[in-house]
Design a protein around this ligand. Structure first.
Ligand SMILES: *Cc1c(COP(=O)(O)O)cnc(C)c1O
Length: 390
């Protein structure tokens, strides 16, 4: 089976982890701050706080902005459930903004319309979480203008977007947001097994994030509020968690980071080959908008709704590990129980019904890519002619 995505580990990556295994610290040693520094340089952000998953990163990013009961957090329905679960962890309410039909990213027009209504009803969001779907940056300039106008904060969910660029800035520079969240799950751009990080340029947020990842504790005596400054003293100042990344993970992440530019350019070459292969076919590729370059975390195509299921089965049977990203979050039973109903974001639902994710990863060969592209085109022809003759 050709999978839809997979990690790419080098001998150096493995050695980096083995070095930590033989060292004094498996966790809370020197590797985490070193990885954070490397990430900060890559994404051009002043502060990076590494944690044990992208989900934890989203959770503490919301908490750092004091998201709590009575607050609204808005995100995109075309995302993984973690993008909205993070608001619910904080006791806030979540809402969804519809997407652009040709990119799967949050639609600025839909966001504007929703904000105008929310202003009237007094339910403006405290935080908006745009998701850089498949690795293509959202319209961050427009979103950031709306943020100033309506007074909300912005957390970018860049779980797909490490290595992407927008107006020649790396995603994560937070030029148009308060914080950016990354995931290092094995299918993502680089991996630490499980892992995540938040980048920000705001020192106060960075301080809150690093407390929240470790029980709400600080060991920095200049920050102490109450306890006498004896050498063993630490202070718990808020209710945090154990969301720490281990040194094993950070060493892997730091080593993987060195490969990121190569990973991104390999993915760009493969994506361009897919785009070319589908040019004269009925397979639609996602629109790539101006002034941005995708990290190509996944390659999503759009096919007619009534062919999608049969194509999925045909391709899986022929050993091609296709997938679907994503079931609109609010169609999940848990969200239905919160009162969301189908039809809420029509573009997201149509996007979902036509979406198919085909294999894209750095070690996919040109030959395999051609085989996938040919099989996709053929599967579409087979299914659409059987539908037409039925
Ligand atoms: C992977 C992912 C997450 C969650 O990341 P984990 O590291 O798996 O917790 C959140 N949002 C999106 C869009 C993702 O793809």
């Amino acid at each position: 089976m050709i999978p839809y995505g997979r990690q790419d580990l080098s001998e150096q990556d493995i050695e980096a982890v083995c070095r930590v295994l033989k060292s004094d610290y498996l966790t809370q040693g020197p590797e985490v701050p070193l990885f954070e520094q490397v990430l900060g340089n890559l994404v051009k952000a002043r502060h990076v706080v590494a944690v044990n998953s992208g989900t934890s990163a989203l959770h503490i990013a919301c908490l750092a902005l004091d998201v709590g009961p009575g607050d609204y957090v808005w995100t995109s329905p075309i995302s993984f459930v973690a993008s909205s679960n993070c608001a619910l962890y904080c006791g806030a309410s979540v809402d969804f903004v519809d997407v652009e039909p040709d990119t799967g990213n949050m639609s600025v027009a839909a966001l504007k319309a929703r904000l105008e209504d929310a202003e009237v009803s007094g339910k403006l969001p405290k935080v908006v979480i745009p998701v850089h779907f498949a690795g293509q940056p959202c319209d961050m300039k427009e979103i950031s203008e709306l943020a100033s106008r309506y007074g909300f904060r912005v957390i970018e969910d860049a779980s797909h977007g490490l290595g992407a660029r927008y107006f020649d800035e790396p995603v994560g520079s937070c030029r148009w947001s308060d914080m950016t969240v990354f995931s290092f799950h094995p299918v993502k751009m680089i991996t630490t097994g499980e892992g995540g990080a938040v980048s920000t340029n705001q020192p106060a947020l960075a301080e809150k994030l690093s407390q929240l990842r470790s029980h709400g504790i600080t060991r920095d005596d200049s920050q102490f509020k109450a306890l006498k400054n004896d050498p063993w003293v630490y202070e718990q100042q808020s209710l945090g968690f154990n969301y720490r990344m281990t040194d094993l993970q950070a060493a892997l992440g730091r080593s993987q980071s060195a490969s990121l530019p190569g990973f991104v350019s390999r993915r760009q070459v493969l994506a361009a080959a897919y785009q070319k292969a589908f040019t004269d076919s009925d397979v639609q590729v996602l629109t790539q908008k101006a002034e941005r370059s995708s990290s190509w975390h996944i390659f999503v195509i759009q096919v007619p709704e009534d062919c999608r299921r049969a194509m999925f089965d045909l391709l899986r049977e022929s050993g091609i590990g296709v997938n679907v990203h994503y079931i609109p979050i609010y169609l999940q039973p848990f969200y239905q129980q919160l009162g969301f109903r189908s039809g809420y974001c029509p573009q997201a639902e149509l996007f979902y019904q036509q979406a198919l994710t085909i294999p894209l990863y750095t070690s996919l060969s040109e030959g395999e890519l051609q085989q996938v592209a040919d099989s996709v085109i053929q599967a579409l022809e087979t299914t659409s002619s059987s539908i037409n003759s039925a």
